[in-house]
Design a protein around this ligand. Structure first.
Ligand SMILES: [Zn+2]
Length: 305
């Protein structure tokens, strides 16, 4: 088996493959109810074979009947089509605004190439999915897995169609990219374009008001002790980025590259993460894209004031 399985609670696991030799790059969730298993964020098309290898080895008695994605960005949901073909009889859950992009992934694929470049080609093109298999989840609606309910909490900002999932009765939030990246205890905002800063802040506040016991993020892992402290750090960090970037814009900085360099000088957590991930091709340009998304959102906001 090439990858890892982490048990978060009864019937809830984080599975991670080692795509491009990268450890712990994406939290894929397996939730096991009496009616069957649900996989959330299976990753891109290229990930599916390795993921299913782990599942067949470690969970051979579980029938996966439900699939979901926190959002349809191809590093999270790009493999849903391949998986649906492989598994046959499954229902797929996403935000209502994501449904049409799963049925016809043309625009999603074009946008992925535009934002991610080469890495999108490596991840692979999402496959078309029949609309009869897809269910759009409204805010607060749940998927009953039998003894466990997976409930959608709309958390836009990172993407307008972003959902976090609460696993009940455990009071665990699977936050996808709604909050932050977490590596080696360091955080940075997940703000790739097209990013919406005000919506993102609202979503962080919404999550904070709902008092979860455990919060998991897509990249990577979960926070068990004092998730409220984690949320405050996430919020402080996003606000610090926004304020540094707006100051730089006011001082005449108009190239995202030089704004990125400045932020890297100031933000030691970001500097650490960039260094930590340097050797992995998977993360090439990822932190720059995050700063670019925040810059674009702040620039729009400043224009509208
Ligand atoms: Zn994303």
């Amino acid at each position: 088996m090439s990858g890892s399985v982490i048990q978060v609670s009864d019937n809830l696991y984080i599975i991670s493959t080692e795509l491009l030799n990268t450890k712990n790059w994406l939290s894929t969730y397996l939730i096991i109810g009496d009616k069957g298993g649900m996989l959330i964020d299976p990753g891109p098309s290229v990930n599916i074979e390795a993921l299913m290898e782990i599942i067949n080895e470690e969970f051979s008695n579980i029938k996966i009947k439900y699939l979901g994605a926190t959002h349809i960005h191809i590093d999270h949901g790009g493999g849903l089509g391949n998986l649906a073909k492989l598994l046959g009889d499954v229902k797929i859950f996403v935000h209502p605004r994501g449904v049409k992009h799963l049925v016809d992934p043309t625009r999603l694929w074009e946008a992925s190439i535009e934002v991610l470049g080469d890495i999108a080609l490596f991840f692979g093109k999402p496959q078309h999915i029949e609309s009869s298999k897809i269910v759009g989840l409204e805010d607060n609606s749940g998927v009953d897995l039998g003894g466990i309910t997976v409930r959608a909490i709309h958390t836009p900002g990172h993407a307008p169609h972003h959902i976090s999932y609460v696993v009940e009765p455990f009071n665990i939030l699977l936050a996808g990219d709604a909050l932050a990246n977490l590596y080696e205890g360091r955080v940075y905002p997940v703000t790739v374009p097209p990013f919406n800063f005000p919506e993102y802040l609202k979503s962080i506040n919404k999550v904070a008001s709902l008092n979860y016991d455990i919060i998991s993020v897509a990249h990577f892992g979960y926070v068990k002790d004092n998730p409220d402290v984690f949320l405050q750090r996430v919020k402080d960090k996003a606000i610090a980025w926004a304020s540094t970037i707006s100051d730089l814009i006011r001082n005449g900085y108009d190239r995202p590259e030089s704004i990125y360099d400045k932020l890297l000088e100031e933000d030691l957590e970001l500097k650490f993460i960039v260094k930590f991930r340097e050797k992995y091709k998977m993360f090439e340009g990822a932190s720059y894209r995050a700063v670019l998304g925040m810059y674009q959102s702040i620039r729009e906001l400043m224009k509208s004031l």
